[in-house]
Design a protein around this ligand. Sequence first.
Ligand SMILES: N[C@@H](CCC(=O)N[C@@H](CS)C(=O)NCC(=O)O)C(=O)O
Length: 213
Amino acid sequence: MLKVLGRATSANVQRVTWTLAELGLSYEREDIGGAFGGNDTPDYLAKNPHGLVPTIETDDGRVMWESSAVVRWLALKDPERRLWPASGQDELSADMWAEWAVRAVEIPIATMFVSLVRVRPAERNWAKIGEIGTAIHKGLAKAEPILAERPFLASDSLSIADINFGLLLYRYYEMEIERPDLPNLAAYYKRLSERPAYAEHVMVDFSFARPKD
Ligand SMILES: N[C@@H](CCC(=O)N[C@@H](CS)C(=O)NCC(=O)O)C(=O)O
């Protein structure tokens, strides 16, 4: 059976487990990384030289890391190509928007998480936090009009684009930041949060990341 090595609180692990759940695929998961450790052992580093999570062991003994690559592999392997249409504009749009989400939105949201959630209030760099907020909203403003036209980012059904983009929204809406009024984005997030796979795998409390006093 396919094995996911990585803690359930990691957004990059969640990208993979959400995808697996949407595709109805069985897998085993082992808690590795963060407080669990285990990602700096020779055995783990032999599988993933970066010592990060997730790492995937396929059912035929192959190893894969980089969560977005894992999502593409899973989506391509699906005989029905439910998350990545095999032809037409939707095929291209899913790939483009999936890539865009990682480059334009994930980087500032991850930076905000590190600068805000992982830092004590008195030690936060508010000027930097303001700049990151501007970068986040520059990205989200591109999605807002798209989501007025269709229910998902790249097409009329959930795709790899939504996996990479939607993944970011739980933390975006749960972090203590100012958020401009983006009604289409809010409605899209509500639609995602009503999906059992999203609720289970992505909407995972992140208080573990806050500094312990
Ligand atoms: N680009 C990598 C990033 C992996 C990554 O940064 N993982 C973080 C968790 S989200 C990690 O392993 N941190 C160390 C740890 O959890 O111990 C991917 O998408 O898989």
